[in-house]
Ligand binder design. Structure first.
Ligand SMILES: *Cc1c(COP(=O)(O)O)cnc(C)c1O
Length: 385
């Protein structure tokens, strides 16, 4: 039997090990110089002014919501096809989550559905939108910015799936995911299944200095030692906790791993695009594949998704071949917790139909052509074609 082929996998090199062990033997275990170095390198990579490293992507979402003053009166729109954290961050702050249906062609939040939802409520009802670069497909944030400006909304871009992804704006320029040209803030995750692994880790990028400063505060308990900000100063030991924050720090050795991984991010992305092109070629004339991720310029291919009516049987068949596909995602509004808040199955038919048919195929830079060919052959075999 072949060795198991998962849908995603991290890749740790000798250089990564060296970076981590060197940092472990340095003076700083938790937040030290590697954090600033990682933040600077990551901000440059996505083309944003500021970056704030955090303990995970969910913490990043939570601090974005806090920095934007989300509270019990705040209504926010996001997509039902995402990891639950994209919505949960609003709940952490007591706010209310509204979903809009997806675009069945690229599986991301449908801007027309968002516009309709906004129009169905009184002016000022909504405060923000959280679009997700789902699977690595870069959302057209220029269009979202226009809509948001019309209604006075903020935007948090959930770019967990899309480091290195981009869309083409109306001037023909590439706009990188997370460059915060159009979003107020963007967030990333460094969970091992994502493009860059820190074990656990997250990042917020922004071009807004006021938000950046707020985030630094919130990351460490709302504490400051900055003499210019202190209300009084009792001496060298003195600090003030000025607002209620958290401990959402990343450790220095995780940042060292992140820096080392970031250096290979473009190579990994190029390989992901190659794999995507091979899948597309294998399935583009197959009637049993209703729809697939396809080769879209700027796609970061965190996931490669095909849609088929026989999804469950195919999933089970591939498992017998030691191929472990995955389903992304169970619609968030159908989770028992969200049903408890009044959301119902049937609310977003396109998202639910997508869920019935979607399957994420193996997609990671170290997947070999031979392994991918085996995956493709096995799918052809299942459909006898
Ligand atoms: C992974 C992920 C998150 C959460 O990141 P963690 O680092 O696991 O907390 C949020 N949103 C999306 C779309 C994700 O894929």
């Amino acid at each position: 039997m072949n060795t198991p082929i998962p849908y995603g996998k991290q890749h740790i090199t000798e250089d990564d090990l060296k970076a981590v062990t060197e940092t472990l033997l340095s003076d700083f275990l938790t937040q030290g110089p590697k954090i600033a170095e990682f933040e600077k390198a990551f901000a440059e990579y996505v083309g944003a002014k500021y970056a704030v490293a955090l303990s995970n992507g969910t913490a990043a979402l939570h601090l974005c919501a806090m920095a934007l003053d989300v509270n019990e009166q705040t209504n926010v729109i996001t997509t039902p096809i995402t990891f639950a954290a994209s919505a949960n961050c609003i709940r952490y702050c007591g706010g209310h989550v509204f979903f809009a249906d997806i675009n069945p062609n690229n599986f991301t939040l449908d801007i027309d559905a968002v516009e309709k939802l906004i129009a169905s409520k009184p002016s000022g009802f909504f405060k923000g939108i959280i679009p997700v670069d789902f699977a690595g497909y870069a959302v057209d944030l220029e269009a979202y910015r226009k809509l948001a400006d019309k209604h006075g909304l903020w935007i948090i871009e959930d770019a967990c799936h899309a480091p290195g992804g981009y869309f083409i704006d109306s001037n023909g320029n590439q706009q990188r995911c997370g460059n915060s040209q159009f979003a107020d803030m963007a967030i990333f995750s460094f969970h091992p299944v994502k493009h860059i692994a820190c074990g656990e880790g997250g990042m917020i990028t922004t071009n807004n200095e006021a938000l950046y400063k707020k985030l630094l505060f919130l990351r460490t308990h709302g504490i400051t030692k900055d003499p210019q900000l202190l209300e009084q100063n009792d001496g060298g030991w003195y600090y003030e906790m000025q607002t209620l924050g958290y401990n959402y720090r990343l450790t220095d050795f995780q940042a060292a791993l992140g820096i080392s991984q970031l250096k290979r991010a473009d190579d990994g992305l190029a390989r992901r695009r190659e794999i995507a092109a091979r899948y597309e070629a294998a399935f583009n004339n197959k009637a049993y594949v209703l729809n697939q991720s396809g080769s879209v310029s700027g796609h970061a291919y965190h996931l490669y998704i095909i849609r088929t009516e026989q999804r469950k049987a195919l999933y089970d068949f591939l498992r017998t071949k030691n191929i472990f596909c995955q389903v992304h995602y169970i619609p968030v509004h159908t989770m028992p917790y969200y049903k408890g808040l009044g959301h119902q199955k049937g609310d977003y038919p396109l998202a639910e139909k997508y869920y019935d048919e979607c399957l994420s195929l193996p997609m990671y830079p170290t997947l070999t052509n031979e392994e991918q060919d085996f995956v493709i052959r096995s799918i052809h075999e299942f459909f006898n074609n």
